[in-house]
Design a protein around this ligand. Structure first.
Ligand code: ADP
Length: 261
């Protein structure tokens, strides 16, 4: 009888051991796959602007552009594509700094409404073709925030709302407060996200793979991870509500500054 118990124990240890080895190998394989997808996504993101820049620069250099209007158009494209490249490199560097805890968050007393108004004021024309409305509560309690990273997080949400919408690019931005938290919401009428994918979209490098718009849209899978890191640093949180085909809404919640009496 003792022999049987011993054999059962050995079997159990063996099964647990094999399962442990299997799951760690699977994790490694998944990680390697995610990393290689990230590299291929970034390469794709770099290739398009680079190709445009070099083609336009070469055409200009060879004196093949006759009209000054056309030349201006080419210079503008070179400029905007360089900015796109710059923004992407910034995104990757910022993520890496945040992840290592090396990003310097410079917090100050602010009003979330003002941050949103400034971001929209600066970037509204960048999103031409999208119908962005800002229905916000300006009388918000104050929060402690690093304006630069919060603006960046908000821009990531707006970028996604525009990117993952089809023809109906109607995007609503609202601010408000509840339970000693201030929030900003970005709501779109785009392709939406399934419940299963909602669990992973904040993971680094994660991109939803589906045979539709999300596959055609370029990205690095870092935007929402940056949003997540930023909210952690602000002791806040990010939430998502979404339904495939019906759109998504993301909210950033910040704790209100407690006034001592
Ligand atoms: P990226 O947009 O570069 O792929 P993100 O981290 O910003 O990376 O987003 C991760 C994934 O979440 C995206 O690939 C996309 O599938 C999904 N997603 C994010 N925002 C939205 C949205 N507003 N509507 C639909 N899907 C979204």
């Amino acid at each position: 009888k003792e022999g049987l118990i011993l054999a059962a124990l050995v079997m159990a240890v063996l099964v647990v051991g094999i399962w442990f080895i299997y799951s760690s190998v699977k994790k490694e394989v998944n990680l390697a796959q995610i990393k290689s997808e990230f590299i291929s996504n970034v390469s794709h993101e770099i290739r398009t602007p680079l190709a445009l820049i070099s083609m336009y620069a070469e055409t200009l250099e060879m004196g093949r552009v006759n009209s000054p209007e056309k030349a201006r158009e080419y210079y503008q494209t070179i400029n905007s594509e360089s900015q796109r490249l710059n923004a992407m490199v910034d995104k990757i560097l910022n993520f890496s700094r945040m992840e290592k805890g090396r990003y310097k968050f410079k917090t100050e007393v602010c009003n979330l409404y003002n941050i949103c108004a400034e971001v929209l004021g600066n970037y509204q024309e960048h999103y031409n073709g999208a119908d962005i409305s800002f229905n916000a509560d300006s009388l918000l309690p104050e929060i402690l925030a690093d304006k630069v990273s919060v603006s960046e997080a908000l821009l990531n949400l707006i970028d996604n709302a525009v990117k993952y919408s089809r023809d109906n690019k109607k995007i609503e931005i609202t601010t408000g407060h509840e339970d000693r938290m201030c929030f900003v919401e970005v709501k779109d009428n785009g392709i939406g996200i399934s419940k299963k994918d909602q669990k992973h979209i904040f993971d680094r490098f994660y991109r939803v793979t589906r045979q539709n718009l999300a596959n055609e849209v370029k990205g690095t899978g870092l935007g929402l991870s940056i949003v997540c890191e930023t909210m952690k640093a602000h002791k806040g949180r990010v939430t998502v509500q979404s339904k495939p085909g019906a759109g998504s809404s993301f909210r950033l919640y910040f704790p209100v500054i407690r006034k001592s009496n």
